[in-house]
Write a protein that binds this ligand. Structure first.
Ligand code: X90
Length: 276
């Protein structure tokens, strides 16, 4: 029975991450340019363009038709979406799921609203692949993932919140923090799937300590860690070293943010998904 996991592009994954995996792109628009966050996107070039063109820019989530196209002819589909608290992607996936099930009686679609993004979605996708290998049904996956998500978290550091503020993705109270000079914001995905600031850090070293500190406070004890960074390999390496020095057996991996996360996290931004 054909099985597909379809994640939106904020998960930073591509077909190379698994044969049963498809990515549905969000779109970044800046001035006259549109950047489709698919495998063809030159993320570097997009970042350079955005840096040189400080005018209005925005993002758009995939529509139901985009999700549906990615389902292919699969009999069982799991959609893994960016938080419904900040994007319409999950809502579009739910509409696509209903249409698909109605058009193809017998086929099933499960929609997982991760209330998060980036590397926490990556953890969910990995767990789904494992459950599929174990021969679990879609209903069992729904239960297992709901349980698993109670133990996973997202923490991130942002050099700037320009895109988040300009696009109204943070509350006015959080936006007010954006103006602080030389201060990096360390935040987490809240229970409701919104950006919750937890620390203000001065300088890279303090920021890295802040990120590791937040992980520890939320019960990190050697579980899986998935790091995604926007042109900040030094931070990713320092974090990996910091984690491995305390938990030598930890499964830590690093990847680059793709278009959507690069746009919002901006240069230097780091996101960490982990099991608490
Ligand atoms: O539908 C759309 O246009 C996409 C909107 C996405 C808005 C937020 C993306 C955030 C990316 C930066 C910090 C992480 C915050 C996560 C809080 C749950 C990454």
């Amino acid at each position: 029975m054909a099985f597909r996991i379809v994640a939106d592009s904020s998960a930073n994954l591509s077909a190379a991450d698994g044969a049963e995996l498809s990515s549905v792109p969000l779109i970044i628009t800046a001035g006259s340019r549109s950047f489709v966050d698919d495998e063809a996107l030159d993320v570097r070039e997009m970042i350079d363009f955005l840096a040189a063109n400080k005018g209005r820019s925005t993002t758009a989530c995939p529509g139901p038709g985009d999700w549906m196209a990615a389902f292919g002819e699969a009999e069982e589909v799991v959609c893994v979406t960016i938080t419904s608290g900040l994007s319409g992607a999950c809502n579009a996936a739910r509409i696509a799921a209903e249409d698909y099930e109605r058009l193809h009686p017998g086929r099933r679609v499960l929609v997982v609203d991760t209330l998060s993004t980036g590397p926490e979605m990556e953890l969910v996708v990995e767990r789904l692949r494992l459950l599929h290998e174990q021969g679990r049904t879609l209903d069992e996956m729904a239960e297992e993932i709901a349980l698993y998500r109670k133990s996973t978290h997202l923490v991130f550091s942002l050099q700037s919140m320009r895109s988040l503020v300009n696009n109204g993705r943070v509350s006015p109270a959080v936006a007010a923090l954006a103006g602080l000079m030389n201060i990096r914001l360390v935040g987490i995905a809240s229970e409701e799937g919104t950006l919750q600031p937890v620390r203000k850090c001065r300088g890279e070293k303090r920021t890295l300590e802040g990120l590791l500190g937040v992980m520890e406070e939320h019960g990190y004890a050697g579980g899986k860690v998935r790091i995604a960074h926007c042109e900040n390999p030094e931070a990713a390496q320092a974090l990996t070293d910091g984690i491995l020095s305390r938990f030598p057996e930890a499964d830590v991996s690093v990847r680059l943010t793709r278009g959507l996360c690069s746009y919002y996290a901006e240069q230097g931004g780091v996101l960490i998904g982990y099991e608490g």
